[in-house]
Design a protein around this ligand. Sequence first.
Ligand SMILES: [Cu+2]
Length: 152
Amino acid sequence: MRAGVILLALVVLGISVLTISSAQNTSPKGTTKEFTVIAKQWEYEPSVIEVNQGDTVIIRLKSADVSHGLFIEGYDIGTAIITKEGWPRERVIKFVADKPGVFTYRCNVTCGPYHPFMTGKLIVKPNNPERGVSLFAIILGIAVTGYYIARR
Ligand SMILES: [Cu+2]
């Protein structure tokens, strides 16, 4: 009987530990997410970029027509493609998406009448839900174990 209770407690603790470690594996310190963004009058392709908080984001900016830029508000990072002879056809920005939320990226090189409307969205999903799940597993594991030890 007592052996059964201890075994049950160990199983619950084991499940808790597995839940914690698997939650950490899905978002260790973030992975690297790479995107090629094509700028053209007056939009971006893709116009939505989605990453997880902690990811390293690499954006390769190219232009399909005239000079364009890409500036991410909130992260205050950007670059531009200037379509002149001898200038690079591709520019790269790299940063760690450490702030969760929805951030607008916009063109920062005047590129025609609809330039002010040339925007896209960077979505940085928070890691907190996973941490919440593992915390819940720890508390549940301790509570169940404590309950059975107290009843012994
Ligand atoms: Cu523009």
